[in-house]
Design a protein around this ligand. Structure first.
Ligand code: SF4
Length: 471
């Protein structure tokens, strides 16, 4: 069974992160260090952003637990309050300062800002919110124990903003928030330079974890009762094993999938440039590799892709999709799309709409372009007016809704294996995900199915989920 320090947390699967606010707090029974610096003190972490941020918070929580801290039930009770931020959306900085404003006056507390906004704003945070005493970007999390030491020994303000790193953030303890599905980071940072993206400026250069460390963690998780593993990286399929084994991404996928007790392996996010046929062949021949690929396209227009510096054309992307479509196992495909990029014409936008039809996506995370600090796109001319961006987004989302509904309706009558991860009491339904990452709500006479793998027959379909009965 999973260790008792795990509580439920939702996942988000996309390269352009979804801002989600979530508290991170539980009653942990993780290995503690009685008499350690944090003994008797408590922490609370609030996390915004993608799975990488969620998992970073899980590791930061592990660092604190290892130092003798315990998880507080809420922010008010905590001695150390950390805010793990995401700057993928416009107004992120204002939102961070407004949230920090609510924590003002908590005199006995240490308040810290982590993540992308910490990296982006740096010391400016101390100026604008003098009650903050710790600012640390994600590329500097390795320094967190020393930074916390400094604060605990009377330091007033500590700063970790080093981007010149060649190591990954490893922790002895990771306080995971889902009892069945666990994240493992295999690669951090990014060496691409998409013109709209802050990640290379906030997470630093690409660096992969040694394959042995990944496999040891996977085996430990299997021993602890986890059955699903999600391998994470900003560009997960750019993985290059720095150890003498020099495993490629596909070798690593196969080895993690072969760990005894692991029934499902997912990976996100893939960069189209590094997506090759071997990944599809591995999914085809390895039942434990989930039949789902998240492959962010961003635009259906080659002209816009060039302006975004995405390093592939529409045609090259579609060729990769054709490999996925020709697999023996049906593999679901999801993507991210940005509308209203500077200079996007009606024709460029029409190309994106036709791409939706050409691919037949099972899900799309769609966003309106907003300029981000320190990116080249922020100074590009020909900005699209906001109402026009909104109009295009609405058209895209409606078209995709129709596509998803049509695709899901074709699944009526089919049976899927679902890992059950929740219960809707009011609807008397269980909920979970198929290997293809579809949300399936279903009825069952069983009393407790949480964490179980259940065969479910689909009876009805909506654009975003399926409804079924336990088969
Ligand atoms: S691949 Fe592009 S969009 Fe993705 S993290 Fe790297 S720079 Fe950002």
């Amino acid at each position: 069974m999973p260790k008792a320090f795990d509580v439920a947390i939702e996942t988000v699967g996309n390269e352009v992160s979804q801002p989600l606010a979530r508290p991170l707090a539980d009653e942990s029974s993780a290995r503690r260090a009685p008499g350690a610096a944090g003994a008797g003190k408590s922490f609370y972490i609030e996390t915004f952003g993608c799975q990488m941020n969620v998992h970073d918070s899980e590791k930061v929580a592990g660092v604190l637990l290892g130092r003798g801290y315990r998880a507080a039930a809420n922010a008010v009770e905590a001695d150390l309050m950390l805010y793990n931020t995401c700057s993928i959306r416009e107004k992120a900085v204002q939102k961070v300062f407004s949230r920090l404003g609510e924590w003002r006056g908590q005199k006995r507390k240490i308040i810290g800002v982590l993540g992308c906004v910490a990296q982006q704003e740096g010391e400016e945070i101390f100026e604008r919110a003098p009650w903050v005493s710790l600012v640390c970007g994600s590329a500097s999390y390795r320094e967190l124990p020393e930074l916390i030491d400094e604060l605990e020994s009377g330091g007033r303000r500590v700063l970790g903003l080093d981007l010149d790193v060649d190591e990954t953030f490893e922790t002895e303890i990771t306080r995971r928030d889902n009892p069945h599905r666990a994240y493992i980071t295999i690669i951090e940072g990014c060496d691409y330079a998409c013109s709209y993206c802050v990640v290379p400026h906030t997470r630093g250069p690409e660096r992969s974890r040694p394959s042995d460390a990944v496999l040891v963690e996977a085996r430990r998780l299997a021993d602890a009762g986890y059955t699903e593993i999600q391998l994470l990286g900003q560009t997960v399929n750019s993985y290059r094993d720095p150890s003498p084994r020099q495993l490629g991404f596909v070798d690593l996928l196969r080895e993690v999938a072969a760990v005894e007790g692991i029934r499902r392996v997912r990976f996100t996010t893939s960069h189209p440039n590094d997506f090759d046929r071997q990944i599809v062949e591995a999914i085809d021949s390895t039942p434990a590799l989930c039949e789902h690929v998240h492959l962010p396209v961003q635009s259906g227009s080659t002209r816009v892709l060039r302006a975004m510096r995405r390093t592939y054309t529409r045609e090259e992307y579609l060729e990769k999709i054709s490999w996925i479509h020709s697999a023996r196992r049906p593999i679901s495909v999801t993507t991210d799309i940005i509308v209203g990029f500077p200079s996007e014409t009606e024709q460029d936008f029409a190309d994106t709409i036709t791409l939706l039809d050409a691919v037949g996506y099972d899900g799309v995370f769609s966003f309106i372009y907003s300029p981000r600090p320190n990116t080249t796109a922020a100074s590009m001319p020909d900005r699209i007016p906001e109402p026009e961006k909104s109009r295009r987004l609405a058209i895209l989302q409606e078209r995709q809704r129709q596509i998803q509904l049509a695709r899901n309706e074709k699944l009526i009558g089919q049976t899927f294996e679902v890992l059950v991860d929740g219960r809707h009491q009011a609807r008397a339904q269980w909920t979970g995900r198929s290997g293809s990452n579809r949300i399936i709500n279903f009825t069952s006479p069983c009393e407790n199915l949480l964490g179980e793998y259940v065969q479910v027959q689909v009876m009805r379909a909506g654009p975003h989920s399926l409804i079924g009965e336990q088969a």
